[in-house]
Design a protein around this ligand. Structure first.
Ligand code: NCD
Length: 330
């Protein structure tokens, strides 16, 4: 690994959302992830890059993939990683988020990674701490590292070298309204040149959904309410989970799960409308038989586990860029 990896300084102190990144920033993270991915395939998966750095994983909302991959990413870069979860923290005793953050800061970490059910929490914390803050998913707002790992996966399978995601047709299907994954991906994918079709029941579509990509890219986003229409000619099909936990107790936006699955669930027949070499994605956790039939999730078209593998590499790259890592100096 050469020091030239730092040739372009990353111009951000925190990673709070894709909104603040431009195409060059995103490409820098994806390129670095591609380089770092190789470390995960070695017999000894460890480099000294972040030796002596402390990374705190503060996860106040459930997570399997994101929390584990941030922890593994930190460990493979030799950082000391500490995990704090909602039930094991003083948040459950009534401590405010700011007090928790200030107390953690007194221990002098280099990076705090935050997942929280309230949109905006990582941005608020970033204003009150002197270390780097990474948003690992805040409410319905953003999930930037998920979008980055999704773009890395698409670029690998479908991208033309040096062209980002230019002119790829990507269908994102499901509960767009409550999905921070969709919000971050709409921005990241359009910044890299893709064209998107957002699809789901009208009751799960946010108002001004085309506007989520920003004024320059809104013409590259269309909305449709029929799965068949969204899938036609797609290079990439990304299915999303219904975020029941954000609907409120007893609330529902569609008649029942069986009906949702009938109209918006991906099965062999509907997938045949996409390009013959289209890939199928899902951020996980999958509700098998609801948004996607099990045979599709397990098929050769599915790159879902590749997304998980890129998750570690992308998180290594963000920790490196924000945690002050250095190659070739140890
Ligand atoms: C997503 C999340 O938490 O927003 N999952 C993830 O991070 N892999 C999507 C979801 O929970 O459905």
């Amino acid at each position: 690994m050469s020091p030239s990896i730092k040739a372009r300084e990353f111009p951000h102190r925190h990673l709070l959302g894709i909104a603040e990144l431009n195409e060059a920033d995103i490409t820098q993270i994806l390129d670095l992830s591609e380089t770092l991915r190789g470390i995960n395939e070695r017999p000894i998966k460890k480099v000294p890059t972040l030796r002596g750095r402390t990374v705190i994983n503060l996860f106040l909302e459930n997570s399997t993939r994101t929390r584990t991959s941030f922890e593994i990413a930190g460990k493979r870069m030799s950082a000391d990683t500490i995990n704090i979860s909602g039930s094991g923290s003083s948040a459950s005793k009534g401590e405010t988020m700011l007090d928790t953050a200030r107390n953690l800061m007194a221990m002098n970490p280099d990076v705090i990674i935050i997942r929280h059910q309230a949109s905006g929490t990582p941005a608020l914390i970033a204003q009150h701490v002197s270390c780097a803050v990474i948003n690992a998913g805040d409410g319905t707002h953003e999930h930037p590292t998920q979008a980055l790992l999704d773009c890395a996966t698409i670029r690998k399978h479908k991208g033309v070298p040096g062209q980002g995601l230019k002119d790829l047709e990507i269908a994102i299907v499901g509960d767009i309204d409550h999905s921070r994954v969709a919000r971050s991906n709409i921005m990241a994918m359009t910044k890299l040149g893709a064209r998107l079709c957002l699809c789901g029941p009208a009751t799960l579509m946010p108002r001004d959904v085309e506007g989520l990509a920003g004024p320059e890219a809104s013409e590259r986003v269309r909305v449709c309410y029929r799965l068949e229409e969204a899938l036609e000619g797609a290079d990439v099909v990304m299915m999303l989970r219904i975020q029941n936990e954000r609907l409120g107790a007893g609330a529902t936006r569609f008649a029942n799960t069986r009906e949702y699955s009938r109209y918006f669930g991906l099965n062999r027949n509907t997938l045949s409308l996409a390009k013959p070499d289209a890939i199928v994605m899902h951020p996980g956790p999958i509700n098998r038989g609801v948004e996607m039939m099990p045979d599709i999730a397990d098929s050769m078209r599915s790159v879902i586990l590749d997304q998980v593998a890129y998750g570690v590499a992308v998180r290594m790259a963000t920790l490196y860029l924000l945690g002050g890592g250095s190659f070739g100096e140890s």
